[in-house]
Design a protein around this ligand. Structure first.
Ligand code: 5GP
Ligand code: MG
Length: 179
């Protein structure tokens, strides 16, 4: 078994570089086909989605733009929390086809709030592309247009996702080994 240690925990490989590469390329091809002629704006949600966004973008074969956004604070973001402010959005979304790029959708609460927030900018169409989705944890009904992988509820790191700040550099995706 391919094991890595990040800080104080052990993780076992669950999605190899090759599987991720293939699936991300497939997703990019699908988006390119679906959004042909729409000149979409991608909005990559930092920090976690930066690796996925970079790979996804390189597979997009239609004219497009990308912006990187982040929330001013994740503090208090729980079932009752709210997105305080979105930083980094430096272009108009009015009348545009927007594709939010996320690393992972867990309870779905973050994405739900983000979508409500983004609707205020009056995009024509608002779509979601998430590298990972944990359907078992979903607490809200979300329409996720593009999902690369559905995974179990276990904690994962790598390919942009962190454990306490570390592990983002791992090229594959690893699941925590409870023990
Ligand atoms: P949600 O609001 O959907 O519950 O939370 C989504 C956020 O939780 C993600 O953007 C990510 O920051 C964090 N998250 C959820 N599950 C995991 C996981 O397994 N690993 C890591 N690194 N972050 C996770
Ligand atoms: Mg995230």
């Amino acid at each position: 078994m391919d094991l890595v240690t990040v800080k104080d925990k052990q993780f076992a490989i669950s999605l190899s570089e090759e599987r991720i590469r293939q699936r991300v390329a497939e997703t990019a091809a699908q988006i390119s086909q679906d959004l042909e002629g729409k000149n979409p704006v991608f909005l990559a949600v930092l920090n976690g989605s930066f690796v996925f966004a970079a790979d996804l973008m390189r597979g997009i074969s239609i004219p497009c733009e990308i912006n990187f956004v982040r929330f001013s604070s994740y503090e208090g973001m729980n079932s009752t929390g709210s997105v305080k402010e979105l930083l980094g959005l430096n272009q108009s979304l009015k009348g545009r086809t927007v594709v939010v790029i996320e690393d992972i959708i867990d309870s779905g609460l973050t994405m739900q709030e983000l979508l409500v927030y983004l609707q205020k900018f009056e995009p024509t169409d608002l779509k979601v592309a998430s590298l990972l989705v944990k359907p078992g944890n979903m607490q809200v009904k979300l329409d996720i247009d593009y999902t690369c992988f559905e995974i179990p509820n276990d904690f994962i790191v790598g390919y942009g996702l962190d454990y306490d700040g570390f592990g983002r550099n791992l090229p594959a995706i690893y699941t925590v080994v409870e023990g």
